[in-house]
Structures are given as structure tokens and as C-alpha cells.
Design a protein around this ligand. Structure first.
Ligand code: HEC
Ligand code: HEC
Length: 197
């Protein structure tokens, strides 16, 4: 019998095991970094990271008509689920955003799959509970993290500013909001300009 095939299988197995070993080590290093970041920052709002941009055409079209199509990562999955029920869509923050069942199912699945993951989730008093407590729909702009980042901005630049209207219009001030980039470098408040604190 030719031992060669057996030997190559062994070699394959062995190199596979080694590769897995180093992959594991690499993951272990990443985990350490994540842990450190997790200790320093309370969540995405403080992480200064770019959010994954929206890549679902149906979502962009249906949910980007009245305001920007918010990145799914801005809310936890249970908040999106609350927003996406047929009743909630029919009474959508004072508007009617009803969808066909097919579109509702497709968009719900996209939002659920790309929502804030548990590890990155905002503080418990954040977006997920903000709506539940007041009996209304959850809001990104009601979360503790959001409020902390925006509490120094005077109302005249927001609700009193016809080119902004409300904090829900992220892209009025964050020039790269559509790309998921909320870095302070790209803030330009209409009628005010860049933000210096
Ligand atoms: C017919 C217009 C319209 C459509 C379509 C629409 N919305 Fe809205 N949405 C609104 C209005 C109005 C508000 C409240 C904005 C404000 O308070 O200034 C809002 C607010 C929101 C908020 C809360 C923003 C905040 O203040 O934190 C979320 C989240 C949201 N919409 C998600 C969606 C999703 C998901 C879809 C698609 C299923 C959608 N919207 C489609 C009109 C719309
Ligand atoms: C009226 C203009 C305005 C609107 C509307 C607005 N923001 Fe901001 N945002 C700011 C300003 C100004 C800061 C910087 C605040 C500071 O440094 O004190 C900021 C800071 C942030 C930060 C922190 C950035 C960093 O690098 O630390 C995030 C994240 C953010 N905003 C997300 C959002 C999201 C999401 C929305 C929409 C739901 C939104 N903002 C709507 C003006 C705005």
C-alpha cells in the first residue's frame, strides 16, 4: 500500500490544526482589545466609530423618504421590532408610515439582523427603554447617550432652525451621517457652522 495519501491527509490535518491555533490566538488578541474598549467607553456613541452604512435598497427607499434612513446599528433589535409592528407604522411619531406586509417583513428582517449587537448596546436607561417608559415609540434621540452628546446645543439651532427642525434630522448637521460617520470633524450646523466646544 502506498502510504503517501495517508501522509498528506495527516499533513493537511496538522496544518489545519496549526492554522486554527493561530486563528484562535488572533481572535484572543482581538477580544482583549474589545474588552479594553468596552471598559473605557459606554457604547457606540462614545466609541467614535463609523457605523456600517445602510446597504439595503428597500430600506433606504421606504424609510429614507421623510428623514435619513437611520443606520440599523443606532437602535437595539427590540426597539426596531417595536417600531416595525403594523400598528406602530400606522402611528409613526405622528405620521403614517404603513407598509405592505411583504415590505414590512423584508425591512424588519434587515433591521433585526443589523441592529446594535448586545455587546455594544447602550446603557440600560438608553434607547431600548426610552420609548417603553413613556408609552411611545423608542427614539435614538431619547437615549441617554444621545442626550449626553447633544445637551450643549441650544434649541435655536435645532427646533428653532428651519434648516434642521429636530434632532431626528441627523444629516442636517452631520454631513457624513448617511455614511455612518458622525465624527465631530464633519459637523456643520446650518446657520452656525462647525461645532467647537
Ligand atoms: C411619512 C414619513 C415617514 C416615513 C415613510 C418614515 N418615517 Fe420615521 N419618522 C417620521 C417622523 C415625522 C418622525 C419624527 C421626527 C421628529 O420628531 O422630528 C420619525 C421618526 C423616526 C424614528 C425616531 C428618530 C428619533 O428621533 O430618534 C425612527 C427610528 C424612525 N422614524 C424609523 C423609521 C423607519 C424604520 C421607517 C421605515 C419603515 C420610517 N421611519 C419611515 C416620518 C416617517
Ligand atoms: C443640530 C445639529 C445636530 C443634529 C440634528 C444631530 N447632531 Fe449629533 N452632534 C451634533 C454636535 C454639535 C455634536 C458634538 C457635540 C459636542 O461635542 O459637544 C454631535 C455629536 C454626535 C455624536 C458624537 C460624535 C463624536 O465624535 O463624539 C454622535 C455619535 C452623534 N452626534 C450622532 C447623531 C445622530 C445619530 C443624530 C440623529 C439621530 C444626530 N447626531 C443629530 C449636532 C447634531
Amino acid at each position: 500500500m502506498n502510504p503517501f495519501p495517508f501522509k498528506s491527509v495527516l499533513t493537511l490535518l496538522l496544518s489545519g490544526t496549526l492554522a486554527m491555533g493561530s486563528a484562535h490566538l488572533a481572535f484572543a488578541d482581538d477580544d482583549d482589545d474589545d474588552d479594553e474598549r468596552g471598559r473605557e467607553k459606554s457604547g457606540w456613541f462614545d466609541s467614535r466609530e463609523t457605523l456600517a452604512p445602510v446597504v439595503n435598497a428597500t430600506y433606504s427607499e421606504e424609510c429614507g423618504a421623510c428623514h435619513m434612513a437611520y443606520q440599523p446599528g443606532l437602535l437595539p433589535p427590540q426597539a426596531w421590532a417595536q417600531i416595525m409592528t403594523p400598528d406602530a407604522l400606522a402611528n409613526h411619531y405622528g405620521d403614517d408610515a404603513s407598509l405592505s406586509e411583504a415590505l414590512r417583513t423584508e425591512i424588519s428582517a434587515f433591521l433585526g439582523a443589523n441592529a446594535t449587537d448586545v455587546a455594544q448596546q447602550m446603557a440600560p436607561s438608553g434607547a431600548s427603554n426610552a420609548g417603553a417608559a413613556s408609552g411611545s415609540l423608542p427614539r435614538i434621540t431619547e437615549s441617554t447617550d444621545f442626550k449626553r452628546e447633544h445637551d450643549e446645543i441650544p434649541a435655536r439651532l435645532v427646533t428653532g432652525n428651519p434648516e434642521v427642525g429636530s434632532f431626528s434630522q441627523c444629516n442636517a448637521c452631520h454631513r457624513k451621517a448617511a455614511e455612518g460617520n458622525y465624527d465631530e470633524r464633519w459637523i456643520d450646523i446650518p446657520g452656525h457652522g462647525p461645532w467647537k466646544d
